[in-house]
Design a protein around this ligand. Structure first.
Ligand code: ARG
Length: 628
């Protein structure tokens, strides 16, 4: 568990960390590059090449098409500094490496064209890789990059008294996956769910509640308070629009800027809230409690947990100190209406407003307070904000303002992990317009459809209860993979058929490959065929070699995904694992193979594949049922 380290930052007092901090999940065994054959090989080659050339950034890559080799290294970037032609460099490197440290693993080294091409000896290489997967199991792929540095992940962060939107679903899923990837790479992770529970919106809600709460049955009898609150929310926005329209018609000027009475009353209520008005606070606390019950249902479906769940409201008591600090530093200036702003012209950004002219706070003010508090509590190396791309400029402003606040001081790195919009076939979702498909409906629809599908494809005899459980894993997995599998920044159009397909780039396809592997292992047990991990493997067919080489690259894939904050890299890799396993499954028979050694190799390969698929899916928060 991370302990509160300071109760101040930049000299700004920070309230103590509330007890709500949860212990972090049990940690994976953290391995290092030295523990993996592939990474060790890569490092050895890298070393030998850089010894020779003092060239820092050696990149080993896939050989070009048509070259029979496993790794390649382009020598032309070295030509200039070495004053030699690329082919000569490749040839002399080849000679060097042939005398190198692992001749047992590298069979052919050749310098063709401007490339150094290396082939590995598949049997000893595969033996090492299988052993690693069998030894490290669920930790296979993990490695120590972070050295225990703390990463705070601001994610999910839905708004109280509203339904969680599909955008929040993306933030929840991407945030959780990045949390797991960071944990697997030796970081201390704090998932911080920054609930939206403050702001003018809540003033509006309080006013709506005061006016109309009696009209809604869900609120009167308490049967569905969040739905009731949501109706109030939609209603007050509609009424505001009506008021404005009426005013425009009355004045005869469609462009006139009108303020509606309701908006003004909402703002008054918000001022009362900021002043600590008890009635307003009670309503908000009640609404928060109700909303958390709703959110929790989604978190349970997805299997996400938070080390922290502090709403914006928690940071409100810090605001006077934050503003005073900024004033003392001379980084806020009143504008002509009396609002306080931070000038960001030097950073070529619009000014950031931190206090409204009526003295109330904004999203941005509470953001800066949160940033100060997190810096004090956790001393994090990085804070990742998993928030939609529509807040890109806002985060640039916030980070720039924080730069001005921290000048010269040690500060955490801050990064906006932005993502594109997701739209459902029904059209873009907007809770304000009331045209909305609730998130839970999306997940339950996925589960229902998955249930029908499993009925179609399932070959195992399963009880109803098992089928329901599997449908849940497939349905939720399908939605999650559809999201994580694509580049984060892209706008995506949700497609039921693609998401739930058992054939294409989808979770069910991968889960199915995994279940097949597990079924095969079960059959082996039934037939009393024991797997012997001590007999040296024999990789007999190209599809076997291709699969084990691919499995050996999982640790490297995890590194890349962690460094680039890209779960889609894991998704691609895991999908390819499934396709390579399917190739093998089509090419060779396992249980009927007469040669003991070859059969044993195939069984171990099957077991290792199932393990790697599970590890990949786990980093994507997708479950892998053993039967389908
Ligand atoms: N509640 C906000 C929204 O729904 C997202 C908050 C994201 N996190 C943050 N630190 N601003 O738009």
């Amino acid at each position: 568990m991370v302990e509160a380290r300071h109760t101040e930052y930049l000299g700004i007092p920070v309230p103590p960390l509330p007890e709500s901090t949860m212990p972090t999940a049990q940690k994976a065994r953290i391995l290092t590059r030295e523990d993996y054959t592939y990474l060790k090989l890569q490092d050895t080659l890298q070393q030998q090449i850089s010894d020779l050339t003092s060239y820092e950034d050696v990149q080993i890559s896939e050989p070009s098409k048509g070259i029979e080799a496993d790794y390649a290294f382009a020598t032309h970037p070295l030509a200039k500094s070495l004053r030699k032609n690329p082919t000569d460099i490749a040839l002399s490197l080849a000679a060097q490496i042939n005398d190198g440290r692992r001749p047992d693993l590298i069979s052919i080294v050749s310098g063709q064209g401007g490339f150094l091409n290396l082939s590995i000896n598949i049997n000893p290489y595969g033996a090492e890789v299988l052993k690693e997967i069998e030894d490290y199991r669920e930790s296979y792929g993990s490695q120590n990059i972070g050295d225990g540095a703390t990463v705070v992940i601001d994610c999910s962060s839905p708004n109280v008294a509203k339904f969680m939107s599909v955008g929040h679903l993306r933030s929840t899923i991407i945030g959780e996956s990045l949390a797991r990837i960071n944990q697997a790479t030796g970081h201390e992770v704090i998932r911080d769910n920054h609930l939206g529970d403050w702001g003018t919106q809540f003033g509006m809600l309080a006013r709506a509640h005061e006016l109309w709460s009696e009209e809604y049955e869900e609120l009167r009898d308490g049967s569905d308070p969040v739905k009731g609150l949501y109706k109030l929310y939609v209603r007050i926005h509609e009424e505001v629009e009506k008021e404005k329209e009426a005013e425009k018609t009355r004045s005869g000027n469609p462009d006139v800027k009108v303020e509606s009475n309701l908006e003004k009353e909402g703002r008054d209520w918000f001022r009362r809230l900021e002043g600590g008005d008890e009635k307003a606070m009670d309503l908000l606390k009640w609404a928060t409690k109700q909303s958390l019950v709703e959110f929790q249902r989604v978190y349970d479906l997805l299997g996400t947990k938070y080390e922290h769940m502090l709403g914006e409201s928690f940071y409100v008591p810090m605001l006077p100190d934050i503003l005073k600090f900024m004033q003392d530093k001379g980084i806020v200036h009143p504008d002509n209406k009396g609002a306080l702003t931070v000038d960001l012209e030097a950073q070529k950004l619009p000014r950031l407003v931190v206090q409204k002219s009526d003295g109330t706070s904004l999203y941005s003010t509470r953001e800066l307070a949160t940033l100060v508090a997190r810096s004090a509590w956790f001393n994090p190396q990085r804070i990742l904000y998993v928030v939609g791309g529509d807040q890109r400029e806002y985060f640039q402003q916030v980070f720039a303002a924080f730069d001005q606040m921290t000048q010269g001081e040690k500060r955490p790195e801050t990064e906006h992990i932005s993502f594109g919009m997701i739209s459902l076939p029904e059209g873009k979702m907007s809770s304000r317009a009331g045209r909305v498909v609730f998130l839970e409906d999306v997940l339950s629809e996925a589960i229902t459809r998955a249930r029908t599908k499993t009925e179609e494809v399932s070959r195992d005899s399963l009880t109803n209860e098992e089928k329901n459980d599997i449908a849940k894993k497939i349905g939720v997995g399908a939605v999650v993979f559809f999201d994580l599998g694509q580049g984060r920044e892209r706008n995506i159009q949700f497609d039921w058929d693609k998401a739930l397909s058992f054939e294409g780039y989808s979770a069910p396809y991968i889960q199915y490959a995994h279940a097949r592997a597990e079924a095969l292992l079960r059959r082996a047990t039934e037939q009393n065929i024991a797997i012997d991990p001590e007999t040296s493997p024999v990789f007999d067919q190209p599809s076997e070699a291709a699969l084990i080489k691919h499995l050996s690259r999982f640790p490297e894939t995890v590194t890349k995904a962690a460094l680039l904050n890209r779960p889609d890299i894991i998704a691609q890799y895991t999908y390819t694992t499934a396709t390579k396993f399917s190739d093998l499954y089509h090419d060779v028979s396992v249980l009927h193979e007469p040669d003991d050694k070859i059969r044993n190799t195939r069984l171990r390969l099957t077991q290792a594949t199932a393990q790697v698929i599970r590890n990949g899916l786990r980093l994507l928060c997708i479950e892998a049922p053993n039967r389908m």
